[in-house]
Ligand binder design. Structure first.
Ligand SMILES: NC(=O)c1ccc[n+]([C@@H]2O[C@H](COP(=O)([O-])OP(=O)(O)OC[C@H]3O[C@@H](n4cnc5c(N)ncnc54)[C@H](O)[C@@H]3O)[C@@H](O)[C@H]2O)c1
Length: 300
């Protein structure tokens, strides 16, 4: 198949592209950043998702939409730019694909759309209540995707990722931050008392999950793609310390204006992945194994 991947030069996108190429698909990356991968079946278009992209999409069998402005803190500082790229850009991708005659799409959304969960584990149809600009922008584009499925008969499937990590992730995310601090024996700081619970999901598992949804998922459905093994932020700091044999001190910063407001923090985030399990997917890489793989990739 011919698949166009927006944001295919990014962290998760590049793993998806590799999996697609390994599965003999032809891939066209549309990104503002040059991809690192080169392959005979890979084409690159340097464009923004805000540009006129109908002609670039034409002839594709499917569009995987991964381009976004990321990061909860980053997007809170740039609310208008976040809405422009994540909402307007997504609507432009969906609408351009529809105009180009492409009906099959995957939209990468986020666990941020749920906000502080009303129930655990979080099911796909659990109440949504994002508390960040980023979360609102991802949910707003989901609502467009569903409306377009209804209006234009498209099949835009939604994948909601839970705290993705792995080799190649930019250094401003929690796993690389903790590992870099530990390797330098510098203090590792956690917000609050570090009891916030996350389910860190290894990027290769995410890529396999996306392909599973593409091949076996139901039309227009949403799927949680996450690990279901909870880890607190304090445990993550301890794992980083232990696995690097570091002398770093772990410091609890508490909450406050200087660090992070308590109201802004999500306490628990654990996905219900039974819908993905029903498609035959489940996460394979648990946190310690994932951290080991990152450390090995840093050595190389
Ligand atoms: N990393 C996570 O933990 C996580 C969690 C949930 C959801 N997601 C979603 O997964 C997707 C990929 O995230 P990632 O972690 O790979 O991020 P990333 O920042 O590594 O990749 C995003 C890519 O989008 C590109 N991009 C940004 N603005 C663009 C524009 N205007 N036009 C074209 N390309 C543009 C960037 O150049 C980059 O290559 C995003 O949609 C994100 O919201 C990520």
């Amino acid at each position: 198949m011919k698949i166009l991947v927006t944001g295919g030069a990014g962290f998760i996108g590049s793993y998806i592209v590799k999996h697609l190429l390994d599965n003999n698909h032809n891939v066209k990356i549309l990104d503002i950043k040059e991809p690192k991968i080169r392959h005979k079946n890979l084409e690159f278009v340097k464009k923004s998702i805000l540009d006129d992209i109908k002609k670039d999409i034409m002839g594709s069998d499917a569009v995987f939409h991964f381009a976004a402005l990321l990061g909860v803190d980053n997007s809170d500082k740039k609310p208008l730019e976040t809405m422009k790229i994540n909402l307007e850009g997504s609507v432009n991708v969906f609408k351009s694909a529809i105009d180009a005659g492409v009906k099959n799409m995957i939209y990468s959304s986020s666990s941020e759309v749920y906000g502080e969960p009303r129930e655990l584990p979080i099911k796909e149809d659990s109440v949504k209540g994002p508390v960040s600009t980023y979360g609102v922008s991802k949910l707003a584009a989901e609502i467009y995707a569903k409306a377009y499925n209804q209006e234009f008969g498209t099949d835009i499937r939604i994948v909601r990722f839970f705290n993705v990590y792995g080799p190649g992730q930019e250094s401003n995310w929690v796993v690389p931050i903790f590992l870099n601090k530990a390797l330098r024996n510098e203090p590792i700081t956690v917000f609050g008392n570090g009891n916030q619970t996350r389910c860190f999901t290894y990027v290769e598992d995410v890529a396999e999950g996306v392909l599973t949804v593409f091949e076996k998922g139901k039309s227009g459905e949403a799927y949680n793609i996450g690990n279901n093994q909870p880890t607190t932020i304090l445990e993550l700091a301890q794992i980083a310390k232990e696995m690097t044999k570091s002398k770093s001190e772990i410091i609890k910063l508490g909450f406050g204006k200087e660090t992070r407001l308590k109201e802004r923090e999500i306490e628990y985030r654990i996905p219900d992945i039974s819908k993905m399990k029903a498609l035959g997917w489940q996460p394979k890489v648990m946190i310690k194994d994932g951290v080991k793989r990152i450390l090995e990739s840093m050595k190389n």
